[in-house]
Design a protein around this ligand. Structure first.
Ligand code: GLC
Length: 711
């Protein structure tokens, strides 16, 4: 793990800082949006000593770096980019499953490998830094950025977040194969009221520390280099202006030693959107004092910071501290020695990397219902694949790729080896001589190509139907929240017309988030959540349909039955009357941690030692084929001085067992797993009785339980 704050790094940073002018310090705190300035302006900023540029590739980056190296102090520029499930803005790069899809793997090794491969491909492009991982929690699925999260749970998000940070940064970040990571968006951004992006979260700091801080704490423990402040606000204070969030909690309590970058134009947003500053000088003062070290795209901060210091409104020591944080990271990553071309260009999209994307897609496939229709019976001789999303790589990729964020660099043809669901079914069917027909039917948005009659006709003579439903990027992402998460356009009508043919319909959700599709799921012979599976998402789902893959995915997020049920998550807080609706069951359609296999697993002999805090359970593969199972451990504090969740994930293990194989799983729990945050934000373990649960989902019926007493 990289250390950003060794004595040697500090000494070198102070030595450089001591030579810098006020103007050079102010410039070092600016991150320039390459796509929004002219080439001349970009070079002017490089010569001014700008600390960073974002969204620059290839020769543009080389030209900027050369100009920066030619300045008086020659401090290299940091190039940052959104490479959040692969180096997606580059058309030759490998595209992994989205974070939400990858979280279905419940496998930190998959997350770490995603980070490792992405880092190699970003470095190959001459860049140094990715704005990833997102450690927001996906609890309100109306929010447009659910796909960017690792789901609803703080512990799972923390384990996967720490893993991908390790993958990005490695043990020696100066080796040219690794890049800086950025834990974002600090903090609680996904819990904005109504799921409406960037509005106030209306929460307390206790709630923030109890629910939203743990994943960031894990990332800091993993040595994350940078943290990005969120757009939103906490109880009326913009995160970008919150000294408590940044200096007290992040620096003093968590010991974060990297640097903080704002999100896009957050400084100006304090004036234009959140109206807590009358002008850019007031906003710059708030942002600098709160502890933001680098200002993303607010280039006006440069003149503003100089004015503020020269007028005595801002002490230059505040800039010194910010610049020192930035310089330490640049020094520790070896940027001063190797400012450019640190990577291996030939690795972009290479076979080894594509294998990693396929492995991630396979472990992300989540089977949620199966009445026996899967795996495909060998007697099936013809399959109809229906639905626009079955053959739409844009829908399969989801957000933050060259489709959604076209890059200013010259276009190159997209790397082909992606496999849509249709192509995957064709690939698997062909060797068996199974006929495959395709009809678009309709997609998530009205289109003149919609033709449900043709789809029904195409399915009429098939033995088996695979229907893809979901959403498209126009319905999701930044600035695109949704109030109604039911299947849009005529997708549900299409399903029931196909269902009326009286043959098995396997429904595959290719979407950025769980959608409200209760009747479709209940009437499907089988239901697979694929979310955005990346370049091999279609192949992985097809392999599951044909039985070549035994699915092992488990949901990292709850499926609401209805938009009116949102937000719904497993670790809810109990209350009087139990929070039940009169017109809807109070449980989600599919729960956190849920996922089926083509084999079956049995849990028995759970034992907990209250002294050693060791939990053991015997897991057996009771079915006829090998399979992987994620055993989950939850805790419930039976009596606590503040209300605590009905259950809370504290450990998990994913194991592969042969048919009939049994294994003793041992979980070494920690006393901190039983702690809570008092109203004064002190974390304590209150003596008393706790229930520990272990099993294959968060559903009570899937869990064995054992009570223990802690003193
Ligand atoms: C965007 C996003 C953030 C991203 C940044 C740079 O607005 O909020 O996640 O990393 O700007 O593109």
């Amino acid at each position: 793990m990289v250390s950003w704050n060794t004595p040697a790094v500090n000494a070198r940073a102070n030595e450089i800082l001591s030579k810098m002018t006020l103007a050079e310090k102010a410039a070092q705190m600016v991150q320039v949006p390459f796509a929004y300035v002219t080439r001349e302006e970009a070079l002017m900023w490089a010569k001014r000593g700008a600390g960073s540029f974002l969204h620059v590739l290839g020769n543009d980056a080389r030209e900027i770096q050369a100009a920066a190296m030619g300045t008086r102090l020659g401090i290299p520029v940091l190039f940052g980019i959104d490479a959040i499930h692969g180096h997606g803005l580059n058309q030759q790069a490998v595209i992994f499953p989205s974070q939400l899809a990858a979280a279905c793997s419940w496998n930190p090794e998959i997350a770490e490998e995603m980070g490792r491969v992405t880092a190699r491909e970003v470095a190959a492009d001459g860049l140094h830094w990715t704005f990833s991982p997102v450690l927001c929690l996906g609890r309100d699925t109306r929010w447009g950025r659910i796909d960017e999260t690792f789901g609803e749970d703080p512990y799972l998000a923390g384990e996967l977040g720490a893993a991908i940070v390790r993958g990005y940064q490695g043990d020696d970040i100066s080796d040219g194969e690794h890049i800086l990571a950025c834990a974002k968006h600090y903090i609680g951004y996904g819990d904005a009221v109504g799921g409406r992006d960037s509005v106030d979260t209306e929460m307390t700091f206790r709630k923030l520390k109890e629910t939203f801080l743990p994943p960031f704490a894990r990332a800091v423990e993993a040595g994350v280099a940078t943290i990005m402040t969120a757009y939103g606000s906490i109880d009326g204070t913009p995160f970008t202006a919150s000294e408590r969030a940044m200096r007290t909690i992040l620096r003093d309590e968590l010991g974060f030693a990297g640097f903080v970058v704002t999100d896009w134009d957050n400084v100006a947003s304090l004036v234009n959107n959140q109206h807590v500053a009358a002008d850019i000088d007031e906003a710059s003062l708030l942002a600098a004092r709160a502890g933001n070290d680098m200002m993303m795209t607010t280039t006006a901060f440069y003149e503003s910071a100089i004015r503020l210091v020269e007028s005595g409104k801002l002490d230059e020591s505040v800039l010194d501290e910010a610049v020192r944080n930035i310089l330490r990271v640049k020094i520790a990553m070896g940027l001063l020695e190797r400012p450019q071309d640190r990577g291996t260009p030939a690795c972009l999209g290479c076979a080894e990397h594509r294998e990693s994307a396929l492995a991630a897609a396979r472990e992300s496939v989540t089977l949620l219902k199966n009445d026996g229709a899967l795996p495909l019976d060998p007697s099936i001789r013809s399959i109809a694949v229906i639905g626009a999303n079955a053959d739409d790589i844009r829908a399969q990729y989801g957000d933050w790729t060259y489709f959604t964020h076209p890059h200013p660099s010259p276009k190159t043809t997209p790397a082909r080896p992606y496999v849509t669901l249709l192509e995957g079914v064709q690939m698997l069917a062909e060797p068996h001589g199974i006929a495959v027909t395709y009809a678009r039917g309709c997609g998530p948005l009205p289109n003149e190509a919609d033709d449900l009659d043709a789809a029904v006709a195409a399915a009429q003579d098939a033995d088996f139907i695979v229907l893809a439903v979901g959403d498209v990027i126009e319905q999701s992402g930044e600035f695109r929240d949704r109030a109604d998460l039911s299947l849009s356009n005529r997708q549900e009508e299409l399903f029931f017309r196909l269902r009326a043919l009286g043959k098995p319909v396997v429904t595959v959700l290719i979407a950025t988030k769980p959608l409200c599709m209760t009747k479709v799921a209940e009437e499907s012979a089988a239901f697979i959540a694929a979310f955005n599976g990346g370049m091999y998402g279609g192949q992985a789902v097809a392999e599951a349909i044909f039985g070549a893959l035994n699915p092992s995915g488990k949901l990292p997020i709850s499926f609401p039955r209805h938009s009116g049920q949102i937000p719904v998550y497993y670790n809810s807080m109990p209350g009087w009357h139990g929070g039940k609706y009169v017109d809807l069951p109070d449980t989600p359609l599919f729960v956190f941690g849920e996922g089926l296999s083509y084999t079956s697993f049995a849990y028995e002999n759970v034992h907990v030692d209250a002294q050693t805090l060791q939990l053991s359970v015997r897991l057996t593969n009771t079915g006829a084929r090998a399979g992987s199972e994620t055993a989950q451990v939850y805790v419930r504090d039976l009596v606590s001085s503040v209300i605590t969740p009905v259950k809370r994930l504290i450990a998990f293990q994913k194991v592969t067992l042969e048919a009939g194989e049994s294994r003793e799983l041992v979980f070494q729990l920690k006393r901190d797993d039983f702690s809570l945050l008092l109203p004064d934000e002190l974390r304590v373990v209150e003596p008393g009785e706790f229930t520990l649960f272990v099993g294959g989902s968060s559903k009570d019926g899937d869990l064995l339980r054992q009570n223990i007493n802690l003193s």
